[in-house]
Design a binder for this molecule. Sequence first.
Ligand SMILES: Cc1ncc(COP(=O)(O)O)c(C=O)c1O
Length: 469
Amino acid sequence: MVKKQKDLKSMDESVKYHSPTYARRYMTEPIPKFELPEQSVPGPVAYRLIHDELELDGRPSQNLATFCTTWMEPEVDQLIQQGLHYNLADEDEYPHVIRIQERCVNILANLFHAPVDVDGGAVGTATIGSSEAIMLAGLAMKWNWRKRRRAGGLPEDKPNLVMGANVQVCWKKFARYFDVEGKYIPLEPGRYVVTPQQVADAVDENTIGVCAVLGSTFTGEFEPVKAINDILQEVNERNGWDVPVHVDGASGGFVAPFLYPDNEWDFRVPLVRSVNVSGHKYGLCYPGIGWVVWRKKSVLPEELVFHVNYLGGDMETFNLNFSRPASGVLGQYYNFLRLGREGYTNVVKALKHNSDFIREQLMATGQFEILSDDHSLPLVAWAVRQDDPYTAFDLSHKLREKGWIVPAYTMPENAESVTCLRVVIREGMSREVAEDLVDDIIRATAELNESAPKQKAGHVPEKANRLIC
Ligand SMILES: Cc1ncc(COP(=O)(O)O)c(C=O)c1O
């Protein structure tokens, strides 16, 4: 987030300096918070100050709002530590790190059924999460569209991208940062993903691509990639266009292959040209790793790939960042080796059992309008009904009293009258924890039904709709 500079002149002295707890034992002088300290301090002072402040934050393991991994095996800590010393941008110096990255891309390309015999097979890269992956995939779509327009002598000043209003904010960033019109297909109460017909109606000659989300951030639902492909193929054929599909598999890319192997959403589907996936969500790695894979080399425009030689040798680079630690890639490769298909399947099946349990228990009360279906991400999203005497935000606050972090949010444009809550099931949740959670949700709801006055319709507290991803 963009942070503002503080005015130190008007600031109270007590706020300017760290107020230490255990670090006080080692400190001799006050240490400023907003200015570079004039003097050095011993390592234990700096360590304790930062460590003790972090202790005040929520416990990541109790965070039911996030998709991000909060626990990895201890062995991987050593690799992550080791990876901090390796710059992923430096192919010449660290060829083995680069080979490991390449193996990860291969593993994903195979997992996503990329045909190896077409144009040399798939290509891809590690990224800092799905957001960077989506910027790169979006740029490739824009460049390919422009090339086609230019070749046909057609105007190339109005590119657009078709997607549901349920896309994660990174797609809105892509559209704005890279000057592409975002054509957001509206949702409506009761429907929170796009329909193939809506996609077909929205595309035109200026459409650089269609984004289909495999695992909506809002409800966990999968968009119908195969059906979108089928209708889009007809539209393309009829008009002589070549509108491709990008699958945003930020979460679903590591869920569908193991839970729903028959769902054809990946490179088995002809128009799917690229896929992104977050290693740090169901890829079970700590934050900071994502991936983008293109079906074949020819759909990644050469102009976007830079060659540099100032680190020695000729290096290709297609990333928004240059230098970054190799830790994420090493952590991901560790998980691939350690878990294999069997391990990933066991993990996501266990998550699904818990999400099914929570969903069924909440449904059985007849009090909740469940939005996530039983073929979606392992999460439970439910809407607070119009006639409930409490809001989703009331319930979220009430659950905080028991330590649960359950976000309340409004649905995107056109369905914003619907407010929901979402519980993301991650590996740290045992059946006992799931049972406690259900009990607490039911108890909190009963208490609110008794006591809470409904807030004014349409009132959304500050900070609402901040879905943590
Ligand atoms: C569907 C979807 N796409 C993209 C993103 C952005 O992912 P990242 O946090 O890996 O950048 C998220 C985050 O939750 C998401 O749910």
